[in-house]
Design a protein. Structure first.
Length: 170
């Protein structure tokens, strides 16, 4: 999943030290990026930061068509997996658009119950988060900063990098 071109979520102190040491000086753009990262860390955690959701906040299931593609290295879909092209295309567009809004890469729904959603990092199943549907909160985590301090290796999406002001390496 993650490659050498991935950025991970880190605490603010580490971000300032690493960013400043790579840039070598603090110009206006560097300071703006640091402010953007601080604001990013203060955002309240929401399920849509991890997995695609619809307009009402309901978790979207990955369209079967996309699952099929991911099962085969060549991306070819086997004939028995092909759905109605129009329906698959619409589902795929909705899912992809919602996925583009996620801040963190590689999360999947492990359990979606009446009151709780449990998500796992597909690249490390020891990273497990529980989301309470009733009060829209994560168990023991409140904002992105608390997630950064939890010691998990969480990968940032292009959307997150754009919000921070970092150009994606890939």
């Amino acid at each position: 999943m993650p490659s050498g071109n991935s950025y991970t979520l880190i605490p603010m102190t580490s971000f300032v030290i690493e960013y400043y040491s790579n840039e070598g000086y603090a110009d206006l753009q560097t300071l703006k990026t640091m402010i953007n990262y601080a604001q990013f860390l203060k955002k309240q955690l929401a399920i849509e930061m991890f997995v695609p959701v619809d307009r009402d906040g309901n978790v979207l299931k990955m369209p079967h068509h996309l699952k099929s593609k991911s099962l085969y290295d060549d991306g070819d879909v086997k004939s028995d997996d092909v759905h109605d092209d129009i329906k698959s295309s619409d589902e795929e567009k909705i899912y992809n658009k919602a996925q583009e809004k996620c801040f963190f890469k590689g999360f999947e729904v492990a359990y979606n119950g009446y009151s709780v959603i449990r998500i796992l990092a597909s690249y490390d199943h020891s990273i497990e988060l529980s989301f309470n549907k009733i009060d829209s909160t994560f168990q023991s985590l409140t904002d992105i900063e608390s997630l950064a301090g939890a010691g998990f290796e969480i990968y940032l999406s292009r959307t997150a990098l754009k919000a921070i002001g970092i150009k994606s390496r890939s």
